[in-house]
Design a protein around this ligand. Structure first.
Ligand code: NAD
Length: 361
């Protein structure tokens, strides 16, 4: 199926409201999920709703929970998400950090114990809207580990993402690097499995540490495989850095089994916000960004049909395509979403009607 973004927002909002969220929270979470789909990151889009409904029923995701300020020390802000929807609490924590950055020029913000914060690029975009540079390190807890350490044969880390956002200029789009430290995100394996297609070589190993292209090994209860880190020892090192920067410095903790697992997806995030105008002349910075991005993109492509891009371009291209063509959702993922809605009292016929209606906002 292909669903118009506005209709998908309405469906996601309805499911979230039936699952107990107040209107504002449902709007923020639904908007984040649909924007992830628009950006092409279906792994962090509306396909997460069935998981969220399961975690709500287990009491490991707490609806209607705001970000709670733990510490305010001028350029240091620490928050706890208290297992509230990550899309909401991270947005609130970012709003406070952005406001503070206007005074202090730089802010170190931590957020511990948020339920799944979703696509980290969303927070990069929030800071870009304020003209700021942002750097985010994230770790994952309360979920079985997914990524093997370099030379290891089983999973010991989450897919620990890192994001760097840098404003563009009048002619250059912002640079938005937003990446898991695993070669693929777990959700990409889920989407591949639901579509019945293999993953690429060297992305996944089976439960004995042998290479495989079967995404299903990541979802086996008994013989679970592992995702491999990007860049061998270097990606592994970055994943470990996320455990320490996001997990330890936020106070939330790491994925190590010394910390209790209750079965959900909990994220800790360390964010550095920088007001670039406090460091350099902004007009000069924009000329430099224009120059370096143009220089990179000017490299003759190996394959003429695949020009050089910069981080953020694929998501922008995908968004403009999906805004007009609609968001594709594979039949299995859609059936799971409809079922998740039904489990919280949203009639499947209503979900179907909302998904097909004249687009509304
Ligand atoms: P990806 O591999 O699709 O993209 C990674 C980065 O590379 C992006 O910034 C993208 O713009 C850039 N890129 C892609 N193709 C490019 C090209 N040809 N040239 C230049 N740059 C290019 O993303 P991913 O690593 O699979 O991550 C997917 C999403 O999953 C991210 O949004 C991430 O935040 C999210 N994530 C979240 C969690 C969590 O626990 N909340 C965990 C892992 C990942």
């Amino acid at each position: 199926v292909r669903i118009h973004e506005a209709n998908l927002r309405v469906v996601a909002r309805s499911i979230l409201k039936h699952a107990g969220s107040a209107s504002d929270e449902a709007r923020v979470v639904a908007d984040h999920l649909v924007r992830s789909n628009l950006a092409g990151h279906d792994s962090h889009g509306v396909g997460m709703l069935p998981y969220y409904i399961r975690f709500l029923s287990r009491g490991t995701l707490m609806p209607n929970t705001p970000a709670r300020l733990l510490k305010d020390d001028r350029a240091i802000l620490m928050f706890s998400g208290d297992r509230g929807y990550g899309q909401r609490v991270a947005r609130e924590a970012m709003c406070s950090a952005i406001e503070r950055c206007a005074e202090t020029g730089v802010v170190l913000m931590t957020l511990c114990t948020a339920h799944h914060v979703g696509r980290i690029g969303t927070y990069g975009e929030q800071s870009l809207d304020a003209g700021l540079v942002s750097i985010h390190f994230v770790n994952v807890q309360d979920h079985p580990p997914l990524m093997a350490p370099f030379r290891g044969s089983d999973a010991r880390f989450g897919t620990n993402p890192i994001c760097v956002a840098v404003p563009g200029s009048a002619t250059t789009e912002p640079v938005l690097l937003d990446m898991a430290t695993s070669k693929i995100a777990l959700g990409k394996a889920r989407v591949a499995m639901n579509k019945g297609v293999p993953v690429a070589e060297d992305e996944v190993i089976d439960h004995r540490g042998r290479p495989t292209r079967d995404p299903g090994v990541m979802f086996s209860d008994s013989d679970r495989g592992a995702l491999l880190p990007i860049g061998e020892h270097k990606g592994y090192g970055l994943g470990l850095a996320c455990e320490i920067l996001a997990g330890v410095l936020s106070g939330g903790g790491t994925i190590a089994p010394v910390n209790e697992q209750r079965g959900a997806i909990v994220n800790n995030m360390l964010t550095i916000l920088i007001d670039p105008g406090r460091l350099v002349d902004l007009a000069w910075m924009r000329r430099e960004i224009d120059a370096i991005v143009a220089y990179a993109k000017d490299s003759p492509p190996v394959d003429p049909s695949e020009p050089v891009l910069v981080a953020g371009d694929p998501e922008r291209l995908r968004s403009s395509e999906r805004r007009t063509e609609g968001i594709p959702i594979d039949p299995k993922s859609w059936a799971d979403i409809v079922q998740a809605g039904a489990s919280v009292g949203l009639d499947p016929a209503t979900t179907d009607r909302l998904s097909r209606g004249t687009p509304q906002s």
